[in-house]
Design a protein around this ligand. Structure first.
Ligand SMILES: *Cc1c(COP(=O)(O)O)cnc(C)c1O
Length: 359
């Protein structure tokens, strides 16, 4: 047999795998924007009702995401316009991949801002697209002039804008995003993974602007383990996308759980309201510290610049708390960490450590 290293793409061999932290049970995970609560654990009888549903789920049959009724449930729960068509993905990660596949002709360009969600650039590389990353301003706002200049110069087939942005937490100005959509001749994906924690959305425009696709996920609102994302846009794009969605890309248990969840949107909303209040409380407490700058956040995490990011990361680890070290991943993220907003106890534990370091 030929050496595998000769068969497997050398660009893939040069990659490093996406690192998922393997943690002891007693660690508090504040690194990946997971909800601290089981979504059906906070209301009497709900978990039992859900379990009964799971027992009935037809796991001996292939799932049919297209006719599962989940699209309709999402449309009603999140007021997605009738004119928009909805695609379901195995997490929005899969939709990022499929959107890339859709336009990845030789020489085609993907544009994103930096720092932003790392999977955009990763998929550009995997599917052979040219990638253009436009730096944000120092305060993580959008550099509209630079983005528009790059749009004119490179004519991207695909633009990803996370609204609000990860890993910075800011929501860009709506008018700026509108300007990018208007200037682009290609598709603009507005990634609203944190839409539930934000005060603005492009979902009402889905299906009404030809080159707009609004992408969302239920991962950050309590269902990271289900792997369900969705995208809404005009039929001209979504019907082509439908051709490359793997037919059985979501499983019966996830589909049934997500539909059940949409019927109980009130318990999801409760958690969102709680986390937003905790975010504001954390912001106020962090603002009292010395030598620490917390950036504004419209998400369920707070990005913070400290004198020594590694020291804070290690100190929290000693206290069995894992956060995300951003330092080193992009020049604009110098000495930054990203802290997911968790339970009150977890947030207090973080604040206690930070007060010890930066009093
Ligand atoms: C977390 C995240 C995603 C991925 O969400 P999944 O649905 O869990 O795959 C996509 N975009 C952004 C900006 C994210 O932060």
């Amino acid at each position: 047999m030929t050496e595998l290293t000769e068969i497997i793409r050398s660009d893939i061999q040069a990659l490093t795998a996406y690192h998922v932290a393997d943690l002891p049970q007693d660690f508090i995970k504040l690194d990946a924007m997971e909800s601290p609560f089981h979504p059906f654990g906070r209301k009497e009888g709900l978990r039992e009702e859900w379990l009964a549903l799971m027992a009935e789920a037809p796991i001996h049959l292939y799932p049919n995401p297209a006719t599962s009724g989940l699209q309709q449930a999402l449309r009603e729960a999140f007021s997605i316009p009738e004119c928009a068509e909805i695609a379901l993905g195995n997490g929005s990660d899969e939709l990022i991949q499929l959107m890339t596949m859709l336009v990845a002709k030789p020489g085609a360009v993907m544009l994103a801002v930096e720092p932003s969600f790392v999977m955009y650039k990763h998929n550009a590389a995997l599917y052979g697209m040219e990638y253009v990353g436009v730096p944000l301003n120092d305060d993580f706002t959008l550099n509209l002039e630079a983005v528009l200049a790059a749009v004119r110069q490179y004519q991207p087939a695909l633009i990803f804008l996370a609204y609000p942005n990860n890993p910075t937490g800011l929501r860009f100005e709506r008018k700026q995003v509108e300007a990018v959509i208007a200037a682009a001749k290609g598709i603009v994906v507005v990634d609203e993974a944190y839409g539930a924690f934000s005060d603005d959305s492009f979902l009402p425009q889905a299906g009404k602007i030809e080159n707009l696709v609004v992408m969302r996920t239920i991962s950050k609102i309590g269902f990271a383990g289900l792997r369900i994302g969705y995208a809404a846009g005009c039929p001209a794009i979504m019907r082509e996308l439908a051709k490359i969605v793997p037919p059985y890309n979501m499983n019966q248990l996830s589909l049934a759980t997500a539909k059940f969840a949409m019927k109980h949107a009130d318990v999801i909303e409760e958690t969102v309201v709680f986390l937003k209040a905790e975010r504001e409380r954390m912001q106020l407490e962090i603002a009292k510290l010395n030598r620490v700058k917390a950036f504004p956040s419209a998400t369920n995490f707070i990005t913070v610049r400290v004198p020594d990011a590694l020291a804070l990361f290690e100190k929290l680890k000693e206290h069995k708390i894992l956060i995300k070290k951003l330092h080193g991943s992009h020049p604009l993220l110098d000495e930054c960490v990203r802290i997911t907003v968790g339970s009150r106890e977890a947030n207090d534990a973080v604040l206690t450590v930070m007060k010890g370091l930066y009093a």
